[in-house]
Design a protein around this ligand. Structure first.
Ligand SMILES: C[S@@+](CC[C@H](N)C(=O)[O-])C[C@H]1O[C@@H](n2cnc3c(N)ncnc32)[C@H](O)[C@@H]1O
Length: 669
């Protein structure tokens, strides 16, 4: 079995829906059958080309003029390929473009996905051409025409005669077709009969096969509404029926099904709902801090694990095709040579592109899949603050950091909305935001029913606050100044609307390319709302096109400090940030103030006051770099002293109060 077939089976890209039935009906009615692959007909001897053109026997379709170069038929055949509205270009750019990874070649005997990833079969066009050429010189040709054919002078006349005949026959066929259209067309009966009350009765045991058929029929009608809709029925009636059936068939709340249905054209929506029923492939990320992909692949293959490269775009990802061993318990896993991770999780890290030696903040980091990837990209240099307010989830993060041999991470537990108050000056910030999870329904089907309208208000609200915090924590003047915002949701409320909000509230940031060469562009308009044009630089990833989790990635560049008055004046400011802006862009060592500029000129002279100012500035910078609030320096010494005196007294009092108190104060320390 080739890679592409395996990929299709395991990655669960939904099969395009069968059009055979409607094609049959259309042929019966003498309608052109544009969307049905004609593979079999093309292979038929003597290439009955009239059939391939969608004309039935009965319509006495004219024979086509002989075509010497059979390849002219090719574009037409291509047009006739089934069109499941999938992101073919994206697939070929991304996963499907062949993993000719030198590291892996020969390890599992697979060259990766081929160009026929979607099952296109160009070879049929060649065989069609061959048949047509043979028919042209066949002994069955009419001898009575032979003389005319051989007379060069008659060629023009003959050609005109044939053209005329052809035109007449075509006109007759068209008239017949119109007549058939009026009388014989088989319109699927999709809309439910009965009163509204009867229609709303829940189906106790829905017949899934019938439901599926009706969903397919409804989508066909919506695709070709003018021809296939019942007289007098409106498009919205069909859409309502589709929504109802999708809820019953896949088990979604009507609220969520409608939200998701609105994201796509109906046929693509069906592919999306189908893809949510199939698990995404198991993927492992090689921990390059400890091993290479080649070494890891060979070790796992020796253990009976069948692997495939995830894609050209990831030099570390390996897709697990089959495994007889538990992947979370192999010696390689325990030694930290890999982590089990969704391929989509690579994307925001790749977009952030942290550099060696930088200072990075991972704002919502547990359980650390992305933190540890960032650490590997930075080759364990620089410093990553891995934050997550959930201490329980942070245990997983700490476990991963240790297991994977990461040495440049500091774990902290803040609500990241407060982060700019805590510290700043980061070169890059990753905000992999908490979200509704509408991109990972395959992993967590409870999302189908447990997400309410309220969630799509409160969660985006938090996301907006977090994103402003991320922006205000970045140093615009250093090597980076980048912020990546990502969610595993496909909803516009959590993606484009959050990004649009940040652009409005922080004019000191711009969207830049994620540099991810696949995925769909973010929306620049949606349901009557328009967003900044630069939103097209953000990327949407869908399970039905790329077989990745549904995911969203936006990358910002900060080009200046946040104006201090901005939040106060903003009409939609969020409650937590109404009072102050905490832009922690640090004062750089080489910042010139008028005082220091004078000092430069006065080289050699010493001035105690000036030195004190320098020292104070250096202390403030050092505190910021250590993540401390430099305002603490400004507290009057006397007050500090009084405080420390009183705490000394308290501590002394405690030590005299027996061993229990002693151990308590020790553990506090
Ligand atoms: C999508 S998960 C992060 C996954 C993580 N980046 C990884 O790759 O392993 C979202 C995280 O946001 C955290 N979170 C929720 N509210 C938060 C807040 N106010 N500030 C920071 N993190 C928060 C959750 O605890 C959760 O761990």
């Amino acid at each position: 079995m080739g890679n592409s077939n395996r990929q299709k089976r395991h990655q669960g890209i939904p099969e395009p829906l069968s059009e055979a039935h409607i094609a049959k009906l259309k042929r019966k009615a003498g309608l052109p059958v544009d969307d049905v692959p004609e593979t079999k007909k093309r292979k038929a001897p003597n290439g009955k080309a009239a059939k391939a053109n969608g004309k039935s026997k009965d319509t006495k379709a004219p024979q086509p003029l002989p075509v010497r170069n059979a390849k002219v038929a090719k574009p037409k055949s291509k047009k006739n390929k089934p069109e499941p509205e999938l992101d073919v270009d994206d697939m070929s750019d991304g996963i499907g473009s062949g993993f000719s990874d030198e590291e892996l070649s020969g390890l599992d005997g697979e060259d990766g996905l081929k160009d026929d990833f979607l099952g296109s079969d160009d070879s049929v066009y060649d065989s069609e051409g061959e048949n047509e050429r043979r028919a042209m010189f066949s002994e069955d040709e009419d001898d009575s025409d032979a003389e005319e054919k051989l007379t060069a002078a008659n060629i023009v006349g003959l050609s005109r005669k044939l053209d005329k005949e052809k035109a007449e026959e075509e006109a007759a066929a068209e008239a017949e077709l119109q007549e058939t259209l009026q009388t014989n067309i088989d319109i699927p009966h999709v809309l439910e009969d009965g009163t509204e009350e009867e229609q709303n009765k829940p189906l106790l045991a829905p017949d899934l096969q019938l439901l599926r058929q009706r969903i397919s029929d409804t989508i066909r009608v919506l695709d070709d509404f003018a021809t296939l809709s019942e007289p007098g029925a409106s498009r919205s009636e069909y859409t309502a029926q589709l929504l109802k059936d999708i809820c019953a068939y896949y088990g979604y709340s009507e609220f969520l099904a409608e939200k998701l249905l609105n994201l796509f054209p109906p046929r693509e929506a069906l592919a999306f709902f189908d893809a949510n029923e199939t698990p995404r492939p198991v993927v492992i990320r090689t921990n390059t801090l400890k091993t290479s992909r080649r070494e890891l692949a060979s070790a796992l293959i020796n253990r009976g694990v069948t692997l495939e490269p995830v894609g050209k775009w990831s030099k570390v990802g390996l897709q697990v095709f089959e495994s007889n061993v538990p992947l979370g318990a192999t010696p390689e896993y325990l030694a930290g040579h890999y982590i089990l991770q969704a391929a989509s999780s690579f994307l925001p890290c790749m977009a952030l592109a942290p550099q060696e030696g930088e200072r990075v903040l991972d704002m919502a980091s547990a359980p650390g899949g992305k933190t540890t990837y960032l650490a590997a990209l930075m080759k364990n240099t620089g410093c990553i603050f891995a934050n997550d307010p959930s201490k329980t989830r942070s245990r997983g993060l700490i476990g991963n950091v240790h297991r994977l041999g990461v040495r440049n991470v500091i774990v902290c537990n803040y609500d990241a909305r407060d982060f700019p108050k805590v510290m700043g000056g980061f070169d890059r910030v990753l905000l992999d935001a908490p979200c509704t999870g509408t991109g990972v329904i395959a992993k967590d089907p409870s999302v189908k029913t447990n997400k309410t309208e309220k969630d799509f208000i409160t969660i985006p609200h938090t996301q907006k606050q977090l994103l402003l915090g991320a922006i205000d924590s970045v140093n615009h003047a250093g090597t980076g100044g980048y912020i990546v915002y990502s969610t595993c949701s496909v909803s516009v409320e959590e993606n484009e609307m959050v990004v649009q909000y940040a652009l409005k509230k922080r004019p000191n940031v711009r969207l830049v390319s994620t540099e991810i060469p696949f995925g769909k562009e973010g929306f620049t308009a949606y349901q009557g709302k328009t967003f900044d044009k630069s939103l097209s630089l953000t990327r949407r990833f869908y399970p039905h096109t790329l077989n990745l989790d549904g995911f969203y990635v936006a990358k910002f560049h900060k080009i200046g400090p946040t104006p201090a008055n901005l939040v106060k004046n903003g009409s939609e400011s969020t409650p937590r940030q109404q009072d102050e802006v905490f832009d922690k862009t640090p004062i750089l060592a080489d910042d010139k103030t008028p005082a220091s500029a004078v000092a430069d000129d006065d080289f050699g002279g010493f001035d105690d006051d000036e030195d004190a100012e320098y020292m104070q500035r250096a202390k403030r910078n050092a505190m910021r770099k250590r993540g401390l609030d430099p305002k603490a320096l400004e507290k009057p010494k006397a007050q500090n002293k009084a405080k420390s005196d009183s705490s000394e007294v308290k501590a002394k009092a405690k030590t005299t109060n027996g061993s229990k108190t002693k151990s308590k104060s020790k553990s506090k320390a």
